[in-house]
Design a protein around this ligand. Structure first.
Ligand code: ATP
Ligand code: ZN
Length: 222
């Protein structure tokens, strides 16, 4: 077994859309954890693998700076982090097939859509400012980006924005807020990320068989 201290640390979302499917996947690859309850740290019961349960936004940074070896996070959150200046982002190791959604532009009633140019001069609320900025640039549209950490879909009603750029899966939340989806900025799903520089030998020896079992599980799921 691995020497003391040589344990693999995996960052997962503590509570949110990716929490349950992330834990299910880790269970499916054979890892056992005691019920986590409210704890931040969760020691593996049958392998030298521990969980760190955090906000999803913290996961790319934790993996980038070596606080964790692997992480499970939305590709959208990874992309926002990677588009930031400074740190080398984590590597995308595997697409995991859950947490599928799209980052979409949506408009309230009364705003017409005839293409991206319809957004010129508008204030667009989003928690994905770098994705939105890149998309606006690619479409040669000048608009104001209003960065919010949550509750993006109610920004137009509050008068804080004219339109939104938000994550959508079924579309029910947009519909409930009388917003209509008009364009897709990016698609997303949960991904496994790892340190850009790779793992040291001891941790690579733990991760190797795990990734093999992961590939078998993902292969079966299709
Ligand atoms: P945290 O408290 O960890 O910061 P959060 O509110 O930022 O949580 P969630 O709403 O749980 O995050 O979403 C986590 C991820 O789930 C998103 O980054 C995205 O990849 C994925 N996702 C899938 N469908 C949706 C959806 N309809 N709306 C938002 N996120 C979705
Ligand atoms: Zn978050």
């Amino acid at each position: 077994s691995a020497p003391e201290g040589d344990r693999l640390r995996i960052a997962v979302q503590k509570s949110g859309r990716l929490s349950a499917p992330s834990l299910e996947l880790l269970t499916a690859v054979g890892l056992g954890f005691a019920p986590a309850g409210d704890r931040l740290f969760c020691a593996g019961e049958n392998a030298p693998v521990d969980l760190l349960r955090v906000r999803d936004d913290d996961i790319p940074g934790l993996v980038a700076d070596g606080g964790c070896d692997l992480g499970i996070v939305g590709a959208d959150v990874l992309g926002e982090f990677a588009a930031g200046a400074g740190v080398r982002p984590p590597s995308l190791l595997r697409e995991l097939g859950f947490g599928r959604c799209r980052l979409a532009i949506a408009l309230p009633q009364g705003l017409n859509w005839s293409g991206p140019a319809s957004l010129a001069g508008l204030r667009i609320a989003t928690s994905h400012p770098r994705h939105l900025a890149a998309w606006l640039r690619a479409n040669a549209v000048a608009a104001e980006i209003v960065t919010l950490s949550g509750a993006v879909e109610i920004a137009p009603r509050l008068g804080r924005a004219d339109a939104v750029c938000d994550l959508v899966s079924s579309g029910a939340t947009l519909a409930a807020n009388a917003l209509r989806e008009v364009a897709t900025v990016a698609t997303s799903q949960a991904v496994l990320v790892g340190r850009a520089g790779g793992l040291d030998a001891a941790r690579a020896a733990i991760a190797g068989p795990l990734l093999q079992r992961l590939d078998a599980v993902l292969g079966v799921r299709g």
